[in-house]
Each structure stands twice: as structure tokens, then as C-alpha cells.
Design a protein around this ligand. Structure first.
Ligand code: SF4
Length: 421
């Protein structure tokens, strides 16, 4: 699990990075990391050997989209591999210039009711409090904020948003997000949490943060005390690839878990990064080991400059099929599409309901075996089925796939037990 140990044999990790000679106390200092962000095409060129034509494109892109990478996160890149999955997520490339995609793919602006406050669902709101992140993902859905921010960043904007919350007692759940709220100056984060907490009908406060992934040294004792002061809180983080689950990230999540903060994770399905079942299963297992529950698995939104990272949504269904029943349910999140135009999150899952009739449903299990589930009082105890119609009609209870021997073993065992009686 640790990149620190893996990096002796693999071409990524701090030990093989340009920062290998930096003292531990500097590397582990969030201030040092922020002072040494990789943030220009020229730096990228010297670190990754960017070609001239690509450089020209990056110089143009710099005016359009923000760009920064913490040395910690950069060290996770395999610099020898131009298709490296971490690199695809964080390093800008000329393909972003195609212009495909929307500025605001989820139409959040249409549901904005106060500075930073998006009220789309009946009982919960999104509260965007900054447009700043320590590193900028190329697939971010709020790139529009990189140029002109919708975030509630001043005291008066925060107060205006909180006044809306006070006036709307149907709202009981606030997701504080950004940008990354945990990059805020402590006094500002303290103020926001205190104000939101002071609204009597707010039952849940969640924070969305990618800092456990991008900059795990962020979780200092001071920040942990601040979070503890405003608990109970929930934190949703955002790991996309198994290599992001490093020793440092694990330590950050451990600190949060010890504070009693439940940790959920959302993963975005990204072409060339995690679009295969083995990678996703490995990621979700690693997350469970560090007490982070895979919560949502998202189809990549149609945001401007990220078309090259999108897959077909059926790829997500295929991956979900490879998870459900094949590993612990704790490692099986919901695969969701955030509907364009502000339709909200919609589950897009494999279909396990094959057919239905009054009093019965026909179900498919993870192996492809079909079963009928009968409502109370309508079980006929009928003979084995020949077709799905027989299941739906209640003439049978199951159809078995070929080569699933254990069902036949179970039947034989039952038959032997019945004979003995
Ligand atoms: S950390 Fe989140 S908010 Fe920041 S750039 Fe990445 S996806 Fe966007």
C-alpha cells in the first residue's frame, strides 16, 4: 500500500522525485509544499521534458485554466510514462484546447440562491466557500470558478448565505465544498463552520476535500482541533487511483477517523486512469483498509477541457457488475450520473430486476443465475422453470446459468437430506 516502500522498485515516489534531497521536516510541512507548487509550463518542461508544440499549447492553456501541483502529489507521477494515470489527472495537456464540454456542466449557477450556495435538492445544499485548491484536477467540474468565482469568500457573502439557511428550515444538510475548503485560512474556516453550526435546523455538516489525496500534510494538530471543535462533521474525500493511497494519505485519514469523523469517498471514472474493474477494485479495497468508505462512483461530467478523460457510462456499469457480489458490499458504491442541466444525481446501475408479475419479481444474481422472489402469501412452490416467463408467472423459482456447479451441489445435498428423512 505504501508508495514510500514501493518507490524503491517503482519509478514514482519521493525517493525518485526531484525533491528526494529535501529534508523530511520540509517535505512534511504544508507551508513548504505550498511555496514549492509546480505551477508553470516551464517547470513542467524541466520536470517532464515537454515537447515544443505541447509547450506552446500549455502557455495558451495557462490563460484559460488554473494549474498547480503540490510536490507531494507530483511525486506520485511515473515521469517515464507519458500515459501515467496520475499524470493524466493533474498535468495539463494540449487536448484540453479542443473546447468540447460545458463551463458549468451541472448548471449549478441556475440553482444558486446566495453567494456560493446551491439549493437543488429538497433538504440539502452545496456551500462553495473557495475556488482555491492546492492542486488542480483536469476534470474539475467547477473550472468556471477558476476564472470568475461564485464562491462565498468574504464575510458579507458568507453571512448572506447563512441568512438563507436560517430562513429555510427545510434545509438540514450542508455540504461545504469548493475548491477545497480545507485550504482556507483557519480563521475563515472557523467562522464558516461556526456560522453554519449556529443554524438550529442544520443536522448534518459535510466537508468535501481532496486534501487527504493532494496534500495529506495539511492535517496538522491545529486543523484537527478546529475540525473537532465544530463536530460532528462528515468528510467526503476523492481518491481516484490506488497509487493515491499512500502512507501519508493513510496517516491523514487515520487522524480524521480517530476524531470520529466518518470518511466517505467519491471516485470519478476516468479514461486511461481507472476505467477497468481491477484498478477500481484495488482502489476500493485500499480505501477500506484506511477506513474510507467508497460512497459514490461518478461518471465523468461533460466539463470543458476534459473530453479526453470521459468514457462511456456503460464502462461504469461493467465495472459495477465486476464489484457487486464479487467483493464485500462495503466496497460497492453507487455509480451515478450527475444529469446535465441540473437534473441531479441519478443512479446508473446494472439491472438485477429481470422481470415482474403481480406478486413476483424475477431477479438476476451476480453470477447470472435467475431467481423469483414471491411476495408474502403467494408462494406456489411450483416446479423448476424453463423460461423467464415461467419465473414471472410463478411457475418456477429460478433458472441457473451453466457451469455454476455449487447450485447443483446444493440441490444434491438437499435431495440426499430429504431421502434420509
Ligand atoms: S480538488 Fe476538487 S475542487 Fe479542486 S480541482 Fe480537484 S476536483 Fe476541482
Amino acid at each position: 500500500m505504501s508508495t514510500r516502500t514501493e518507490s524503491f522498485t517503482k519509478p514514482w515516489g519521493r525517493e525518485v522525485s526531484p525533491w528526494r534531497d529535501i529534508a523530511d521536516h520540509e517535505w512534511n510541512d504544508v507551508g513548504w509544499q505550498l511555496r514549492n507548487l509546480v505551477r508553470t509550463p516551464e517547470q513542467l518542461s524541466s520536470l517532464l521534458g515537454i515537447q515544443e508544440t505541447e509547450m506552446a499549447s500549455l502557455l495558451r492553456l495557462r490563460k484559460q485554466f488554473r494549474f498547480a501541483i503540490s510536490p507531494y502529489y507530483f511525486s506520485l507521477i511515473d515521469r517515464e510514462d507519458p500515459s501515467d494515470p496520475i499524470r493524466r489527472m493533474i498535468v495539463p495537456s494540449s487536448v484540453e484546447e479542443t473546447g468540447e464540454g460545458d463551463e458549468d456542466p451541472l448548471a449549478e449557477k441556475d440553482d444558486q440562491v446566495a453567494p456560493g450556495l446551491v439549493h437543488r435538492y429538497p433538504d440539502r445544499v452545496l456551500f462553495v466557500v473557495t475556488s482555491f485548491c492546492s492542486s488542480y484536477c483536469r476534470f474539475c467540474i467547477r473550472k468556471r470558478n477558476w476564472r470568475s468565482s461564485d464562491a462565498a469568500s468574504s464575510r458579507s457573502e458568507i453571512d448572506e448565505a447563512v441568512a438563507y439557511l436560517r430562513a429555510h428550515d427545510e434545509v438540514r444538510d450542508v455540504l461545504i465544498s469548493g475548491g477545497d475548503p480545507l485550504t482556507l485560512p483557519p480563521e475563515q474556516l472557523d467562522y464558516i463552520l461556526a456560522q453554519v453550526r449556529s443554524v438550529p435546523h442544520i443536522d448534518f455538516v459535510r466537508i468535501g476535500s481532496r486534501e487527504p489525496v493532494m496534500l495529506p500534510m495539511r492535517f496538522t494538530d491545529d486543523l484537527l482541533r478546529l475540525l473537532d471543535k465544530h463536530g460532528p462533521l462528515w468528510i467526503n474525500t476523492h481518491f481516484n487511483h490506488p497509487r493515491e493511497v499512500t502512507e501519508e494519505a493513510a496517516a491523514a485519514c487515520e487522524k480524521l477517523a480517530r476524531l470520529g469523523i466518518p470518511l466517505g469517498n467519491q471516485t470519478v471514472l476516468l479514461a486511461g486512469v481507472n476505467d477497468d474493474a481491477a484498478t477500481i477494485k484495488d482502489l476500493f479495497h485500499r480505501l477500506l483498509k484506511i477506513r474510507v468508505r467508497p460512497y459514490y462512483f461518478f461518471q465523468c461530467d461533460r466539463v470543458v477541457g476534459a473530453d479526453h478523460l470521459r468514457t462511456s457510462p456503460w464502462k461504469g456499469v461493467e465495472i459495477m457488475e465486476a464489484l457487486r457480489g464479487h467483493t464485500t458490499g462495503l466496497a460497492v458504491p453507487n455509480f451515478m450520473i450527475d444529469a446535465p442541466g441540473g437534473g441531479g444525481k441519478i443512479p446508473f446501475m446494472p439491472n438485477y430486476q429481470v422481470s415482474a408479475a403481480p406478486g413476483r419479481v424475477v431477479l438476476r444474481n451476480f453470477e447470472g443465475a435467475l431467481f423469483t422472489y414471491t411476495d408474502r402469501g403467494t408462494d406456489t412452490g411450483a416446479a423448476p422453470a424453463a423460461s423467464v416467463a415461467d419465473l414471472a408467472n410463478g411457475n418456477s423459482q429460478r433458472i441457473l446459468p451453466r457451469e455454476q456447479e455449487h447450485y447443483r451441489r446444493r440441490d444434491a445435498k438437499k435431495a440426499r437430506a430429504a431421502t434420509k428423512k
